[in-house]
Design a protein around this ligand. Structure first.
Ligand code: GLV
Ligand code: MN
Ligand code: MN
Length: 414
């Protein structure tokens, strides 16, 4: 007979609310940037919960945190689950945290039901899924999956010019960065629970999404060097305004993303830093950070190419200097059919409606996929809203996801 997880949804919702209050901003705004004081307090909070649940807690040199529920055959590679607890500025309470605290509740619900796993089940809290501090997403999982080398990680600096090494060491993580990458087979299989961050499940009234593929993200950093001067004294002809050049590039990206004709192509400029940033001064320097994604890698790359061409053309026409740096251009991830079959069987057992779908946001699972088979499980979030303080997932939606996750972990670990 299928295991019946005993989920304590009130406890989980209360824990999510407590975690949300550990923030650099006033509630309901959640801002929890990696290696800040809020991040460290949040880490301490979740680690205490892991220990209370009888899990063995360990951390690696970049702060990825592992909480192990030992199986009856501890020599076998574990089944992994988990997500992240860092949050971008002005975020909400559910992105990543549902996969972490929901993963914990899935484990506890199996413990309450008297289940004993054969393979260990390991809950992972990845460091810095969000690119806020170092400009590159999925730092911890990227390093685990050998996608970011220790040397490249050591070169990362935040906007205040603090190096990654110094920041991680202040946060208490000192081991050799070489030890973060793990070998294939470190996890037998990995499954991540996450909010959808899009509207489809809610619109269609479906309990859970079984994620078959994760879109391919890329980021191009653009620096524009023009010529500053007095906003009154300098006449319009002959100006080399870096911000008007940037404006052209922002619109060029929008048009390139729209011109593929595919709903899956998206392009965003989320950062625009203007120097010197004075109302009566012509901008001399602008730095843009762009985000381009698609489920189809070639189509995504065609947008990147169009943006690079626009940089060259605008630089010549406006006589400004434009340099670009490709921060990342990751491939799309295909999810594992065996884990998907387990998720589907678990959704049926749990009496939850489901559909197969793609993930348009990126996730730690994309990089875990370099070392283990992965799949993801989505739950609805209100209005598809995410990366905003009003992000919301109802207790019933969360309970549905935890129910299916718990049953899947039981299946995979048996
Ligand atoms: C992660 O939050 C992303 O930007 O997809
Ligand atoms: Mn996010
Ligand atoms: Mn996330």
């Amino acid at each position: 007979m299928a295991i019946q997880p005993k989920i304590d949804i009130e406890l989980l919702v209360a824990e999510l609310a407590t975690l949300a209050r550990i923030s650099e901003a006033e509630p309901p705004v959640v801002t929890r940037v990696v290696f800040t004081e809020a991040d460290l307090r949040a880490r301490a909070y979740v680690k205490a919960l892991y220990t209370d649940a009888g899990l063995q807690v360990s951390e690696d040199a970049i702060g990825n945190t592992f909480a192990l529920w030992l199986g009856t055959e501890p020599g076998l590679a574990p089944i992994g689950t988990g997500s992240h607890i860092d949050a971008i500025p002005n975020a909400g309470s559910y992105d990543g945290t549902v996969g972490v605290l929901g993963g914990l509740e899935a484990i506890r619900s199996l413990q309450r039901a008297g289940f004993q796993p054969r393979r260990s089940i390991e809950l992972v809290t990845f460091t810095a899924e969000e690119p806020t501090r170092f400009g590159i997403g999925c730092l911890g999982s990227r390093m685990m999956g050998h996608v970011l080398t220790p040397a490249a990680a050591l070169a990362l600096r935040d906007k205040q010019d603090n190096g990654l090494d110094e920041l991680r060491s202040k946060a208490g993580f000192n081991g050799a960065l070489e030890s973060v990458a793990v070998t294939s087979g470190r996890f037998h299989q990995f499954v991540e629970l996450h909010i959808e961050q899009g509207p489809l499940l809610e619109n269609e009234g479906i309990d859970v999404g079984l994620v078959t593929a994760i879109a391919a993200p890329a980021s191009l950093r653009i620096s524009i060097e023009g010529e500053g001067g007095h906003a009154g004294g300098m006449l319009m002809p002959g100006r080399k305004d870096a911000l008007t050049a940037a404006a052209e590039l922002i619109l060029a990206l929008e048009s390139a993303a729209k011109s593929t004709g595919a709903v899956d192509t998206v392009g965003t400029v989320g950062v625009c830093e203007v120097f010197p940033g004075a109302v009566n001064s012509i901008p001399s320097r602008v730095r843009l950070e762009t985000d381009i994604r698609d489920t189809d890698r070639a189509r995504r790359d065609s947008v990147l190419d169009a943006l690079r061409k626009a940089c060259a053309e605008v630089a010549t026409r406006r006589a400004v200097t434009i340099t670009t740096e490709l921060v990342n251009a990751d491939p799309p991830t295909n999810c594992d059919s065996e884990i998907l079959a387990s998720l589907e069987a678990s959704a049926v057992d749990a009496g939850r409606t489901y559909k197969r779908m793609v993930a348009r946001a990126y996730h730690d699972s994309s990089f875990v996929a370099c070392i283990a088979p992965v799949a993801m499980l989505f739950i609805p979030c209100r209005g598809g809203v995410s990366h905003r303080p009003d992000e919301y997932a109802s207790p019933e939606w969360i309970a549905g996801g935890v129910d299916v996750l718990a049953r899947t972990l039981a299946r995979l670990s048996s």
